[in-house]
Design a protein around this ligand. Structure first.
Ligand code: ATP
Ligand code: MG
Length: 335
């Protein structure tokens, strides 16, 4: 007898996460590393590695990050890589799956992903899935915490920040904004700022990400932040307290402005309720002081209240899974 499995997938620029109807949760980096040469291929015993394993062995691999600014790049390589990543995470999450079983998936994509992009996702999943539902990322966050009343979801990802006003029904175009800034943009800002102050230090994408995730903040004050970096291999301590705050503000300032715009253009009878219900999700919600910084930027509007979701890593996937289990048939794309 064939079984139907339901899965919710959050296909992100930096991470892809899955939640299944069998209770599994998995997350992986959204990247594929192709062996650089025959030696690399011999060492790994296969032509490519995926996710964290690829990242750990990246010196011998050509890395492909198929999503940029939250959407799949529209070239062959990126499509192939996306398909490999999705196929692999589904296989790992559903080891009990047999030939003939069916998988229904809801996949979260940025609020303003283009039609071509949605089509690209549907095409890449054709071989793996029986039915697919493409859902807007911030909407799946709202779904995961059962918030359909007036609230404003702010999903700060790696490639984009998606803002979405909820008001009980399906959000429309004017309820959503996608900003092309997120964690990756912040990484670039931090890299430039550190090099401007300390031109000879050696940096890599991983070093910057670790510094940001551990020390990044937008609160008014911070203890001094001193990190150990190398200069021609010699380790030394570098002070980056102010640099880090200034960079983080370059991410949060445009988010505050987009939030103000969505509040200011909402039905005036409901603006207060919207301001009091700001929900911050995505990896960027872990930035220290982000909730209070957003609240402060609403003080000219009468103040606000922002909370960060508990489970930033999985709430997109969990919301997508819930939708997958609840959506009536007419919303589905049959493959
Ligand atoms: N503690 C932290 N402080 C600041 N940023 C963080 C922290 N933890 C994770 N991040 C950043 O959050 C980003 C990843 O967030 P998330 O997993 O929501 O993105 P994504 O869903 O892959 O991207 P997108 O939604 O743009 O496609 C990365 O840039 C990561 O470095
Ligand atoms: Mg995301």
């Amino acid at each position: 007898m064939s079984t139907i499995f339901h899965v919710g997938i959050d296909l992100g620029t930096s991470r892809t996460s899955i939640a299944t109807s069998t209770g599994k949760r998995l997350t992986t980096r959204t990247c594929v590393g192709y062996a650089k040469d025959v030696i690399a291929q011999k060492r790994f015993g296969k032509p490519f590695l995926l996710g964290d394993t690829a990242l750990d062995n990246r010196l011998a691999l050509n890395m492909v990050w198929p999503l940029a600014e939250g959407v799949i790049c529209e070239d062959e390589k990126a499509l192939e890589a996306t398909s490999l990543i999705l196929q692999n995470i589904i296989d790992e999450a559903l080891p009990e799956k047999k030939a003939g079983d069916q998988i229904y998936a809801a996949i979260g994509v940025p609020a303003q992903a283009s039609i071509t992009n949605k089509k690209a996702i549907i095409d890449t999943t054709r071989s793996v899935l029986s039915k697919v539902l493409i859902v807007s990322e911030p909407f799946s966050v709202a779904y995961s915490i059962d918030r359909f009343d007036e609230c404003l979801i702010i999903d700060i990802g790696a490639g984009t920040t998606d803002l979405c006003r909820m008001h009980g029904a399906m959000p429309e175009a004017e309820d959503q904004t996608t900003l092309k800034v997120g964690g990756n943009f912040l990484d670039q800002q931090i890299t430039q700022a550190i090099l401007a102050r300390y031109p000879d230090v050696q940096l890599s994408a991983q070093i910057i990400r670790r510094i940001k995730e551990k020390y990044g903040y937008v609160s008014e004050k911070s203890d001094p932040i001193v990190v150990t970096l190398t200069e021609k291999g010699i380790p030394k301590e570098y002070e980056i307290t102010d640099i880090l705050r200034e960079c983080c503000l370059q991410l949060t300032d445009p988010i505050s402005q987009a939030m103000q715009q969505l509040v200011g253009s909402f039905d005036p009878d409901f603006q207060a309720r919207l301001r009091q219900n700001i929900i911050v999700a995505g990896g960027g919600s872990r930035l220290k002081g982000i909730d209070i910084a957003l609240e402060k930027s609403l003080s000219p509007y009468g103040g606000g209240e922002a909370i960060c979701v508990q489970d930033a890593e999985y709430c997109g996937a969990i919301g997508a899974l819930k939708m997958c289990l609840e959506m009536p048939p007419e919303y589905w794309e049959q493959l």
